[in-house]
Design a protein around this ligand. Structure first.
Ligand code: PLP
Length: 807
């Protein structure tokens, strides 16, 4: 069977892989052909011969399928595959809860069925065909989710899924942009269900009910309700709701009147609704009530994202501890293989469940997956994997019967600089392994959402003229977000250049496998040889530096340079009056020096009031650069704009732009902030909560002033040594606890600070406090203490653990 391949980072078995050159607004799959071919892929679906780099002849062993549209081809192949299987297939759509309902149903039905389901939230035009492609003859039930954002999309997904059953979760405001109104959106989603035998939905969503009625006769529906108890197949009344569970009484009118009581292990409304959807399917299947309750008790929350966590001994842990089937394992291994190589790749794996394959066959497949993903070390936990350990002779192995056995003999020092995927079925409780690996330095983390970062990148890309290159600033630890993780992502997403402040930052990137061109803005002369060794291109901003560099370049050839021109910033760079001397030097040394680019930096790109000045700077730059090019006799890249400049002076984007803060989610002009996603969020935990009698003060210098009422004060595990500015002391700063703001009280200390939580009754030790993030925007926080978001971001100390949400 062919493996369908869309992402060049995910080449597993190259032989037999069929690559689809898909297109997106910022993406052209054709560009990846050289890399894929080199890695052994030989089958390509393309929709344009012209866009194949170097022409078809450059790939003598390849076979090309030329189609009108690669995405349509992918969907057609998947639809054809689906047609081979006669099994019930449940299609799930709706605004919210699709993934959770799908995962829960898969869990709840696992004892009776071999389920093939969409991995994670693979519900798009691309994700659905990939999910359906996983169907094989052993499966007895398919559950696939479908998500859309525009008209016309659902019919395409329905053609691929061909559902026989349907579940419509609800309708909300998400993805409203592509639709004129709610009705249109419901109608569009309904397209998934036109051919189903039975559709499950909740009557209380009136618009859904109205649209379903228009398309399906009543006998093809199965409904539940908490309001219209006489109309629904399943009438639900809530008998009891406590902090962590909800007891419901359920009345079924048909086939025979019955009444049951179930305890749902959730209290929040979205989970209760999702659980009731799943419950209605179990009731329809006539699973006995006691058995339903038994299965509900074991229902667990669904982890939606794969998290990468910093761990002890310079290791990283990819945490995927909630299920373990073959398709999920493959996805998780893909994610592991996408991480740049730092040391070994290690997999901690439980028994693989629900595969439908015999043990020997199953573990041979697992072993093959390990080989293609470059895994060098395997820790197997469970009796089955242990029994089939002969399959894993190609890698270093250790086996344990149980998670407890592993933890008892856990030796942290045997793991060093490794990227460790922890992948286990729920009942193995692998989250305890992740905890053991995580540095418990203190409870403060900077969460970096790499997916948001890519969205921001794409936003700026949409504002950059075609043909203009993109340099991304990853100086200062990528504005605090973690240089090599960010650089790795930018490399994949085809940035043209990276820039760092100092040579050692560039060396660090090279040592972590970054091969993009890198500009070093402030190279020190004693490290010129490092520039050569690691192929880093220096920015040269003064005659002194230029003479140093030339002297060194006469000894050994050195990388090309970037000339910094000062057009008004008055910080670094050659002035217009320096040009004659500069050009003379360049001419004399033409044989020893190559110039890659000339750049200038605007002093007030983000502010209207400086527009005239910015225009003068740009004009000066335009006067200076032709003289340089004339002297050199070859074209150089010319670039002037930072994030704010890209948006405000589109006509001056020239050959390249330099994106900085915008990538990290802060729109410096403030006008298009809503187009960006927050990337980092700084969190800490409450260490202790105290009740303070009236009249007492808080902290050093007794600065948290006394008041005449009783207060509750919480101590947070963050202080100025973590980068939480001391200027936030005494009410200047606020944090968010349980969705509510709480002011800083007293002075911020080195490792701690205190907040007033008198008004947040539920606040307790162990709660999370957001310092900045989606609930507390960086720009607001910066304003409070008279600084800029740049400073807050880059101040987050390196001792704060970074957690990356993998893309
Ligand atoms: C940091 C920097 C940028 C990026 O600036 P942002 O305001 O963060 O977009 C661009 N150019 C130079 C020379 C820089 O130092």
């Amino acid at each position: 069977m062919h493996h369908l391949l869309l992402d060049s980072r995910r080449v597993g078995q190259a032989a037999g892989s069929l690559f689809f050159a898909l297109r997106g607004p910022q993406h052209n799959g054709h560009l990846y052909l050289p890399e894929l071919y080199q890695r052994g892929v030989r089958l390509f679906v393309i929709d344009s011969q012209q866009e194949v780099p170097n022409g078809l002849a450059a790939y003598p062993e390849a076979e090309f399928l030329l189609v009108d549209d690669a995405l349509t081809a992918l969907q057609t192949i998947a639809a054809e595959h689906r047609r081979h299987f006669r099994l019930p297939v449940l299609g799930v759509t709706g605004s919210n809860g699709k993934t959770i309902v799908k995962e829960w149903l898969a869990q709840l039905l696992a004892p009776d069925e071999l389920v093939c389901k969409s991995p994670r939230s693979y519900n798009s035009q691309v994700g659905v065909p990939l999910s359906v492609w996983e169907l094989n003859a052993t499966h007895t039930l398919g559950i696939f989710e479908a998500g859309i954002s525009e008209r016309g999309e659902m019919a395409r997904l329905a053609r691929v899924i061909q559902p026989t059953l349907g579940l419509f979760t609800n309708i909300g405001t998400a993805h409203d942009a592509g639709f004129t109104n709610h009705l249109e959106k419901v109608e569009e989603k309904m397209q998934l269900f036109l051919g189903v035998d039975t559709l499950f939905y909740c009557l209380d969503h009136e618009l859904i009910h109205e649209v379903v009625r228009r398309h399906l006769p009543e006998h093809r529906t199965f409904t539940w309700s908490r309001q219209q108890l006489h109309q629904a197949h399943v009438a639900v009344t809530v008998a009891e709701a406590s902090a962590d569970r909800t007891v419901v009484r359920v009345h079924l009118a048909r086939p025979l009147p019955q009444e049951h009581t179930f305890t749902l292990p959730f209290a929040d409304e979205p989970s209760v609704e999702n659980a009731l959807h799943a419950l209605s399917v179990l009731l329809w299947r006539q699973v006995p009530a006691a058995e339903i309750q038994h299965r509900l008790d074991r229902l667990h929350p669904v982890a939606m994202r794969l998290e990468m966590k910093q761990a002890l001994n310079d290791c990283y842990v990819l945490d995927d501890t909630y299920n373990n089937d073959l398709a999920g394992l493959n996805l998780a291994l893909d994610a592991l293989a996408r991480q740049p190589r730092r040391g070994r790749r290690t997999l901690i794996l439980s028994d693989v469940l629900e595969s439908g394959l015999a043990g020997a066959d199953l573990y041979a497949r697992v072993a093959a997956q390990l080989a293609t993903h470059g895994v060098e070390r395997l820790v197997g936990i469970g009796s089955e994997i242990q029994q089939h350990q002969v399959a894993f002779q190609a890698v270093q192995t250790a086996f344990y019967d149980t998670t407890d056995d592993f933890l008892r003999s856990f030796q942290p020092e045997t793991f060093r600089q490794e990227t460790i995927l922890v992948k286990g079925a729920r009942r193995f409780g692998f989250e305890r392994i992740v905890t053991a690996f995580q540095q418990k330095i203190h409870g403060t983390v900077l969460e970096v959402n790499l997916e948001a970062l890519v969205q921001n990148l794409n936003f700026y890309r949409s504002r950059i003229q075609p043909g203009t290159k993109l340099m991304v600033m990853v100086k200062a630890f990528a504005y605090g977000s973690g240089s090599y993780e960010v650089a790795n992502l930018l490399q994949f997403h085809r940035a043209d250049y990276l820039a760092v402040a100092y040579t050692d930052e560039g060396v660090d990137l090279r040592q972590n496998g970054i091969s993009l061109p890198i500009m070093v803005m402030n190279p020190s002369p004693d490290a010129f040889q490092m520039l050569r060794q690691y192929h880093l291109e220096p920015e040269i901003y003064s005659f002194e530096r230029l003479h140093d560099y030339l002297a060194a370049a006469h000894q050994h050839p050195l990388p090309a340079i970037h000339l910094k021109l000062d057009t008004g910033m008055r910080r670094l760079g050659f002035a217009e009056s320096d040009l004659p001397e500069l050009c003379a030097l360049l001419r004399e040394n033409a044989a020893h020096l190559r110039v890659a680019s000339a750049l200038t930096h605007l002093a007030g790109a983000d502010e209207e009031q400086h527009n005239n000045f910015s225009q003068q700077q740009l004009a000066a730059f335009q006067r200076m650069t032709p003289q340089l090019e004339e002297t050199l006799g070859y074209p150089i890249l010319k670039h002037a704009l930072n994030s704010a400049g890209i948006l405000r002076f589109p006509e001056a984007q020239l050959d390249m732009v330099r994106l900085g803060i915008g990538l990290y989610g802060v729109e410096a002009t403030g006008r298009e902030q809503q187009a960006l996603q927050p990337v980092s969020s700084l969190r800490t935990t409450i260490s202790q909560v105290k009740t303070l009698p009236p009249g007492e003060t808080v902290g050093y210098g007794r600065r948290g002033e006394a008041v005449d009422y009783e207060r509750r004060i919480a101590t947070l595990a963050i202080g100025y040594a973590d980068g939480y500015d001391r200027r936030f002391s005494n009410g200047a700063g606020e944090v968010v606890v349980r969705g509510q703001r709480a002011p800083i009280i007293g002075n911020v200390c080195m490792d701690m600070c205190m907040i007033d939580v008198t008004h947040i009754a539920a606040a307790q030790a162990g709660d999370t406090a957001e310092i900045f993030g989606s609930q507390l925007p960086l720009s607001e926080l910066a304003k409070r203490i008279g600084t800029i978001p740049y400073e807050l971001l880059t101040n987050v100390s390196e001792r704060v653990k970074r957690v990356f949400f993998a893309e």
